[in-house]
Design a protein around this ligand. Structure first.
Ligand code: AMP
Ligand code: MG
Length: 423
């Protein structure tokens, strides 16, 4: 008899997911337009095609000077002319001792000058400028190649193309970028009571929200959601739909993993030769979370990846209560998805905030409770969002973070610093 899959502590479960995520690679690469690349994952290194800045650049409007000319103060210098941004260096004479040139932010500093005095500290009159404040050599100048040298690597494969990375790509003249193909993430909601959004629900039916919240989370994490039809609590159809889901790079099931008589997800996965790594984590919400993988080649063609063909498709059986579904995706499914998207591993990052009002809870589970960060400037405070439990979707729209409560705490007093996971 194989060992039954364990119920792990939050930390052990998370570490296990991270260990499985580490060797995963994206499926392919594609060339996309720069605008389309925003939010995707870079699949090539990006190099500086020229020096940054390409010339010694004035960082202020003012006068290009030789710093040594400014003592004693005030110093009076002959103004040789005006240098606008974009003016060609060949057209600008070199600065001689005793001279200054009016210069604009972004213009090339003339040879001979080693500093720029801000216009605020000068007065100009009849071809001469009087300077009231000293400058050090190099002040208000971004020296040629000081930000990056031509040929230097500015971005590495795996970088998420946020606005700063997009700016770097634009600045080196890349109007198209090679990005990793987004992993396809199959989403399968289960439950006889679940109906799709545009079907009028009968009195005891519930509209499917999990498929859509998960799709939004998948997109935000760099994946491409593939929504499957809702699976009934019936093994035949469930098996068919799970088999369809295993055609994707990752399968997310929602619902049907609790201890109920019609919670069939694990049973059907076991019939498909699934390996289970855990079938629960000591957390709330989301205790019945299931993580495992199915060998591929059974109802699924092995496909090429960058390194080697994938030998497994990973799946998560997420609890169906909507808040549990959302939280367990973030805590456990996200690292696998990000690895398949080509992103380097990231640790979960918590910040600390002062608790606004007392919390009473029970021991035994690590809790991630929907909460609201407020306060101003460096006085961040946090309090629980009012919620009616893991089914309360509306409470999640009021929350902007989770307060993390360790399993050994029963009461946390207002004023204590508590760990917070930002949503
Ligand atoms: P389960 O995990 O299947 O036991 O479901 C737990 C609770 O979540 C039940 O109240 C379900 O009706 C609800 N639920 C399950 N799936 C969904 C879904 N796709 N959308 C909204 N609620 C759901
Ligand atoms: Mg169910």
């Amino acid at each position: 008899m194989p060992e039954p899959p364990p119920i792990l502590s939050f930390e052990d479960a998370r570490h296990l997911v991270e260990a499985h995520a580490a060797p995963l690679r994206p499926r392919g690469k594609e060339l996309v337009e720069l605008l389309e690349a925003a939010g995707q994952v870079l699949a090539e290194p990006i190099f500086a095609d020229r020096n940054f800045p390409p010339f010694s650049r004035a960082m202020r409007d003012g006068y290009a000077v030789r710093a040594a000319d400014l003592s004693p103060l005030p110093a009076t210098l002959e103004v040789t002319g005006e240098i606008k941004a974009g003016a060609r260096t060949e057209d600008v004479p070199a600065l001689q001792p005793g001279q200054a040139a009016a210069i604009m932010t972004g213009a090339a500093v003339p040879s001979g000058a080693d500093a720029v005095v801000m216009v605020e500290y000068t007065s100009h009159d009849a071809g001469r400028v009087q300077i009231m404040k000293p400058v050090f050599a190099g002040e208000n100048i971004a020296a040629i190649a000081s930000e990056a040298k031509r040929g230097e690597k500015l971005l590495s494969p795996g970088a998420r193309l946020d606005f700063a990375a997009i700016a770097v790509a634009a600045s080196v003249g890349r109007s198209r970028l090679l990005v990793y193909s987004k992993p396809k993430v199959a989403i399968l909601s289960t439950g006889d009571e679940i109906v799709d959004v545009d079907v009028p629900p009968a009195a005891t039916q519930i509209r499917n929200s999990n498929s859509y919240s998960l799709a939004a989370q998948v997109q935000a994490a760099g994946g491409e959601p593939v929504l499957l039809p809702i699976a009934p609590d019936e093994p035949e159809r469930l098996r068919e739909l799970i088999a369809d889901g295993l055609e994707s790079d990752l399968l997310l099931l929602a619902g049907g993993v609790s201890m109920g008589k019609y919670d069939l997800v694990e049973q059907v996965l076991a019939e498909l030769q699934a390996e289970f790594f855990f079938t629960g984590a000591k957390i709330q919400p989301g205790k019945p979370i299931v993580f495992g993988r199915v060998p591929c080649g059974r109802g699924r063609l092995a496909r090429e990846t960058l390194d080697s063909p994938p030998s497994h498709v990973y799946f998560f059986g997420l609890p169906g209560n909507p808040v549990s579904t959302m939280v367990t995706f973030e805590l456990f499914a996200r690292p696998i998805l990000e690895a398949l998207a080509g992103m380097p591993a990231r640790k979960l990052a918590f910040l600390n905030a002062r608790l606004k009002s007392d919390i009473k809870t029970k021991t035994g589970l690590k809790r991630f409770l929907p909460a609201i960060l407020s306060g101003e400037f460096e006085h961040t405070e946090v309090e629980l969002a009012s919620w009616q439990g893991s089914g309360d979707i509306a409470s999640m729209t009021r929350a902007n973070c989770y307060i993390v409560i360790p399993p050994d705490r029963e009461r946390i007093a207002a004023g204590e610093w508590v760990p917070v996971l930002i949503r």
